[in-house]
Design a protein around this ligand. Structure first.
Ligand SMILES: [Zn+2]
Length: 411
């Protein structure tokens, strides 16, 4: 009996340590690949965080360059996670469509990104093409390409599209949370244009001509279909996930849309926000929020007070918020790959943009290796992962740039 027990223990030990060494193997390989490959992220909301919180990337923090304790992104953490080129989101809130000042805000956010690259040139560099990103990577810097989230700054004047191209904008998300002069938004039920406006088609023409990528994240389904039927250049979804896991959530991509992106040769960059990944998690957190808000209202406690903050803290201890995890992000990638293949998927985290809703295992820009590890475990080759990290977005970006310059030369 003793002998059998010993034998069983040995077998179990061998199996466990074998499992562990496989885990270690994937972990090491993932770390290596994340550093080796260029990682581009389609959407990081750093500029608006800088603007809203008046937060600055410190020159040094505890003797380490540019490490910060808040937010999801800084130089040190980016390097740790292998992130080489986060698209800086030049985010324009929809309210400015009514109040005015969209162009001015866009200019000031661009100035801010340029300021970082200029004054912290040992660490950051502006990027206007994949070539610029590659150069920055070679020099050990983080490249800062820019995408404008919301076409509001160009909604009154087409000449502002080449203007923003010259200022370094590489993609424009046609709209944000509300319908604008260009098209309808997924979040807005007004359906002002039932898709694109007549002006919106002109915006698409001018973007194609200027070599700016068209971003269809945030648009309504009708806008998506009309855009895809109209353009002959690949488009991107800079930060969208799959609707399969969030039924009825128009902000994410349906299966049919994913197939259409494949036919268009575009790329879907998966959003990491938990509500984009799992509708059950989203529903749970929404209902907690409703209960809490009702309670605050009943007690007459005002938002943004110390009392409200303490109450929220106590409430969250008793009713913890749920989060999706890194495996769920991989599920979304798997789903896109099943429908469209490995050439049409990338990462569009929305770091610094989705608040405390990031999945377990992907809490900030240090964590890309965790995702790479899961992808390796699921059988993706290094070549596949390289495409997801940057190959696919580079293909689209180069094609759009080339097409723009070819059109320009024809004039
Ligand atoms: Zn967004």
């Amino acid at each position: 009996m003793k002998f059998y027990f010993l034998l069983l223990s040995l077998v179990l030990y061998a199996a466990l340590s074998n499992g562990q060494s496989i885990q270690n193997k994937w972990e090491k390989k993932a770390q290596k690949l994340a550093q080796k490959f260029i990682i581009v992220d389609g959407h990081v909301d750093l500029p608006y965080r800088l603007k809203v919180t008046n937060f600055r990337l410190q020159k040094e923090y505890l003797g380490i360059p540019y490490k910060t304790d808040t937010g999801d992104f800084d130089f040190v953490r980016a390097k740790e996670g292998g992130l080489d080129a986060p698209f800086m989101s030049i985010y324009i809130p929809s309210k400015l469509q009514v109040e005015g000042g969209a162009k001015e805000l866009a200019d000031s956010l661009i100035n801010m990104v340029e300021y970082i690259a200029k004054h912290q040139s040992a660490y950051f560099q502006m990027a206007y093409s994949p070539k610029d990103v590659m150069r920055a990577k070679k020099q050990g810097k983080v490249a800062l390409p820019m995408g404008m989230e919301n076409g509001a700054p160009v909604e009154h004047d087409l000449s502002l599209i080449p203007y923003f191209k010259k200022r370094g904008i590489s993609y424009i998300t046609l709209t944000h949370a509300k319908d604008n002069k260009i098209c309808d938004s997924s979040y807005d039920t007004t359906r002002t244009w039932n898709g694109l406006s007549a002006y919106g088609y002109k915006v698409l023409d001018e973007m194609i001509f200027s070599g700016i990528m068209i971003d269809i994240s945030h648009v309504s389904d009708s806008t998506f279909y009309q855009t895809l039927r109209y353009v002959r250049v690949p488009v991107i979804a800079s930060h969208s996930s799959c609707r399969k896991f969030t039924p009825g959530f128009e902000r994410n991509m349906s299966d049919d849309m994913i197939r259409m992106i494949k036919a268009n040769d575009g790329v879907i960059m998966v959003n990491f926000g938990s509500t984009f990944l799992d509708s059950e998690v989203g529903k749970h957190n929404d209902s907690l929020r409703t209960v809490l808000n009702q309670y605050l209202e009943e007690k007459g406690i005002k938002e943004n007070t110390d009392e409200a903050a303490q109450l929220k803290l106590d409430f969250s201890k008793e009713h913890p918020t749920l989060f999706a995890d890194v495996y769920k992000v991989a599920d979304h990638i798997d789903h896109i790959v099943r429908l469209a293949g490995v050439n049409h998927v990338g990462f569009g985290s929305d770091y610094d943009g989705v608040g405390d809703s990031l999945p377990t295992g992907l809490k900030d820009v240090r964590d890309y290796p965790n995702l790479v590890k899961v992808l390796l475990e699921r059988g993706y080759s290094s070549k596949d992962i390289k495409k997801m990290c940057s190959g696919n977005i580079f293909r689209v970006w180069n094609k759009v740039l080339k097409n723009g310059s070819t059109l320009e030369n024809k004039i």
